[in-house]
Design a protein around this ligand. Structure first.
Ligand SMILES: Cc1cc2nc3c(=O)[nH]c(=O)nc-3n(C[C@H](O)[C@H](O)[C@H](O)COP(=O)(O)OP(=O)(O)OC[C@H]3O[C@@H](n4cnc5c(N)ncnc54)[C@H](O)[C@@H]3O)c2cc1C
Length: 320
C-alpha cells in the first residue's frame, strides 16, 4: 500500500494552500479531491476581496494555486475519502472510492498526518417543492445554472455574501431578479450588499419568506409571506436560487476510527486550536469545515498554510 507523509482531503483554497506549503517543507503530499480542484472558489465570478487579486475569477486563482502546489511537488488525485483510521504504526489509513492513482492498492493509502480541508455544502431551505424541483429550476449555484434562465423571472433567497453575490451575477443574465430575505437588513459585507441595493435589475424584498415552490416538472411559482403583515401570496417564477447558509462536510472527522476523535461544535464544524490541530493527534483541519468566525478564500488559504506548517512540525517531532 502506498504511503505519503501528508494526505490532504479536498482541493479548495484551504487544501491547495496547505499542499503548496507542505510540499515546500519537503513532505510527500497527496491531495484527494472528489469533485473539481478549486472547490467553492469555482463559483466566484469576480474575486474582489482576495489580497492583490481584485477581479480575477475564482477559477483563475484555483488554476494558479494548483500549478504552484504541483510545482512544489504536491500530487493530486480524483477520489472521495470515505474512511480514516489509525494504522497501528503511528499513522493513518484512509479509504477511497473512485481512486484512480495507479500506485494505490485496494483504494487505501497510508499517511503520517492528515489535513481535512473538505469545506462546506449548501444548506437547504426546507420548503415544499425544493427537493422535488431541484435541477428543474431550483439551484444552489448561479454560475452553474444561471445561463439556463436568460431574461426569466428569478428568485434568490438569502441575505449573506453568497446570496448578494449570486443575485448580482444573475442580474447580468436577467433584468428580473428578486432577492428575498427574511430580515430587514443584509448580513452580507457592506460593499457586497451595495452591489444589489444599487442594481436596477435586482428587486430586494426584505422581511419576506419564501415558503414554497410550485411547478409540474419545472418551477412555475413561488409562495411568499410578508413577515411584517403576515400576508401570503403566490407569484409566477422560472427559477429559485437558494443561498441560506452552509453545512460542514465533517462526516469524515465524525466517523473516523480514532481515539480521541476530532471534536465538532454544535453546528458540526471541526474544532481546532490555533495551529489547526484537532483533538485527534496528527489530524488537522483547515478552511470552511473548521469552526471559525469568518469563512472566505483568504481565511481558508491562511488556515491551509498554518495546518501545513503544523503537520510538518508534527511529523518532524516524530522523527520523519
Ligand atoms: C457563491 C459563493 C460566492 C463566494 N464569494 C466569495 C468571495 O467573493 N470572496 C471570498 O473570499 N470567498 C467567497 N466565497 C467563500 C469561499 O468560496 C469559501 O470560503 C472557500 O472556498 C472555502 O475554501 P475551503 O477550501 O475551505 O472549502 P471548499 O472551497 O468548499 O473546498 C473543499 C473541497 O473539498 C472537497 N471534498 C469534500 N469532501 C471530500 C472528500 N471526502 N474526499 C475528497 N474531497 C472532498 C470538495 O469537493 C471541495 O472541492 C463564496 C462562496 C460561494 C458559495
Amino acid at each position: 500500500m502506498r504511503t505519503v507523509d501528508l494526505l490532504i482531503v479536498g482541493a479548495g483554497p484551504a487544501g491547495l494552500s496547505a499542499a503548496q506549503y507542505a510540499a515546500r517543507s519537503a513532505l510527500s503530499v497527496l491531495v484527494v479531491e472528489m469533485a473539481s480542484v478549486g472547490g467553492e472558489m469555482l463559483n466566484i465570478d469576480r474575486l474582489e476581496n482576495y489580497p492583490g487579486r481584485g477581479g480575477d475569477s475564482g477559477e483563475t486563482l484555483a488554476g494558479a494555486m494548483r500549478a504552484q502546489a504541483e510545482e512544489a511537488g504536491a500530487e493530486f488525485v480524483a477520489g472521495r475519502v470515505q474512511s480514516l483510521a489509525e494504522n497501528g504504526a503511528g499513522g493513518f489509513t484512509l479509504g477511497f472510492d473512485d481512486y484512480r492513482e495507479t500506485a494505490a492498492s485496494a483504494g487505501q493509502i497510508q499517511a503520517g498526518a492528515v489535513i481535512i480541508a473538505a469545506g462546506a455544502g449548501r444548506k437547504r431551505l426546507g420548503v415544499p417543492g425544493e427537493a422535488e424541483l431541484f435541477g428543474c429550476g431550483v439551484s444552489y449555484c448561479a454560475t452553474c445554472d444561471g445561463p439556463f434562465f436568460k431574461n426569466k423571472k428569478i428568485f434568490v433567497v438569502g441575505g449573506g455574501d453568497a446570496a448578494c453575490d449570486e443575485a448580482r451575477l444573475l442580474s447580468r443574465i436577467s433584468p428580473n431578479v428578486h432577492l428575498v430575505h427574511r430580515r430587514g437588513v443584509f448580513r452580507a459585507q457592506k460593499a457586497v450588499a451595495a452591489r444589489v441595493l444599487d442594481n436596477p435589475a435586482v428587486r430586494v424584498r426584505f422581511d419576506t419568506a419564501l415558503t414554497g415552490i410550485k411547478g409540474d416538472q419545472k418551477v412555475e411559482a413561488v409562495l411568499l409571506e410578508d413577515l411584517k403583515s403576515g400576508k401570503a401570496s403566490e407569484e409566477r417564477a422560472d427559477a429559485v436560487f437558494i443561498f441560506v447558509g452552509i453545512v460542514p462536510r465533517s462526516e469524515l472527522a465524525a466517523s473516523a476510527a480514532l481515539k480521541p476523535c476530532p471534536v465538532l461544535d454544535a453546528a458540526g464544524f471541526i474544532v481546532t486550536d490555533q495551529c489547526m490541530a484537532t483533538a485527534a493527534t496528527g489530524i488537522f483541519a483547515a478552511g470552511d469545515v473548521r469552526s471559525s468566525p469568518f469563512r472566505q478564500v483568504v481565511t481558508a488559504a491562511g488556515d491551509g498554510a498554518i495546518a501545513a506548517h503544523s503537520a510538518a512540525k508534527y511529523l518532524e517531532d516524530r522523527g520523519r
